[in-house]
Design a protein around this ligand. Structure first.
Ligand SMILES: NC(=O)c1ccc[n+]([C@@H]2O[C@H](COP(=O)([O-])OP(=O)(O)OC[C@H]3O[C@@H](n4cnc5c(N)ncnc54)[C@H](O)[C@@H]3O)[C@@H](O)[C@H]2O)c1
Length: 309
């Protein structure tokens, strides 16, 4: 049986949609919502990945043999305001590792391309060079996993996707923020000159690859999942406006401290992804149709302010 930690969040809830009736374990922080799992077969347990007793009970009650971990504090801006809160991304992983070691459970851990920092064409063996407190917390979690594989023989893999987009992403993130602010006729704050390059992947592609790696990934291995779709933030915002057939009102604001200019990975895996424009069309359509989902989430400084940190 699969335990999906962080399964009520953006990528986690997309993953729950492609596996068969898993157990979802989620603390329901500001970004985790039961609405994300409406109509999707699963068993839900509200809990923190740092809570050893609750996790152990879930593992015994449901005979768990694999944990797929999406649970994390996931927003770079929030990590700039409150880096200490991101220690959960380390402590939670260490707790999961202890449990996987004790119960001989496989850990499929979802990390990020941000651990490589602004390196061009990073591969799975590239050095970790995180820039933000968020990226540092994810890199630390990854290092603990490597240590547990080597020292205790824990069965674990690390997956590093690039920037994801698609339905049910919190409005604090660039793509939903651009779509929603454009729908509301508001300006889009762009950090710095908007020339930062990101590599985007549609969330439904990511979760299919993670599902495959859950079955076929080799313990101790790292798997990058780039979208191979590089675009600057400014071009991306303009493309969303074109897709929405609306004028996007861009406002250049102070750059994010420590902002990486570029993420760019290579992967040892082979797969096809949804073309950016097609994925963005589906995403726009979803936000247009699901105002009920986002209208309660925009009274938030990470949606409203130019420099929320
Ligand atoms: N979104 C992206 O573009 C992206 C890209 C690469 C990697 N990632 C990684 O993928 C994972 C999922 O990202 P996301 O965008 O879906 O994030 P998200 O913020 O939408 O979801 C995170 C989920 O984790 C839960 N959570 C947080 N702290 C928890 C805790 N202590 N115990 C239990 N549950 C907790 C939240 O309630 C939420 O449901 C994260 O690990 C993130 O670092 C995200």
């Amino acid at each position: 049986m699969i335990l999906v930690t962080g399964g009520a969040g953006f990528i986690g809830s997309a993953f729950v949609r492609v596996v068969d009736n898993p157990v979802v374990y989620d603390a329901l922080t500001y970004s985790g919502r039961l609405e994300n799992l409406q109509g999707v077969p699963h068993t839900f347990i509200k809990g923190d990945i740092r809570d050893k007793e609750k996790l152990e009970k879930a593992i015994k009650d449901y005979s768990i043999d694999v944990i797929v971990n999406f649970a994390a504090e996931s927003h770079v801006d929030r990590s700039i305001s409150d880096p200490g809160a991101f220690l959960v991304n380390v402590e939670g992983v260490v707790n999961l590792l202890n449990i996987c070691r004790k119960y001989k459970i496989k850990l499929v851990h979802v990390s990020t391309d941000e651990v490589y920092g602004e390196m061009e064409d990073s591969n799975e063996d590239s050095p970790l060079n995180p820039s933000s407190p968020y990226a540092a917390s994810k890199a630390s979690g990854d290092l603990f996993i490597k240590a547990y594989v080597r020292t205790y023989g824990v069965d674990a893999i690390i997956i590093r996707p690039s920037n994801n987009y698609g339905p049910r992403q919190h409005p604090e993130k660039l793509i939903p923020k651009t779509i929603i602010r454009t729908l509301l006729g508001l300006e889009i704050p762009i950090y710095g000159d908007g020339s930062q390059v990101r590599d985007w992947i549609y969330v439904e592609d990511t979760v299919k690859i993670i599902k495959d790696l859950m079955k076929n990934g080799k313990s101790g291995e790292i798997y990058n999942i780039p979208g191979n779709t590089h675009i600057t933030n400014l071009e991306l915002v303009k493309l969303i406006g074109k897709i929405m057939s609306k004028e996007v009102k861009v406002r250049f604001v102070k750059d994010r401290p420590g902002h990486d200019r570029l993420y760019s990975m290579k992967s040892k895996l082979k797969y096809e992804v949804t073309p950016l424009e097609e994925g963005l069309r589906k995403t726009v359509e979803w936000y247009v149709k699901n105002e009920w989902w986002w209208k309660g989430l925009i009274n938030d400084k990470y949606f409203e302010l130019d420099e929320p940190w």
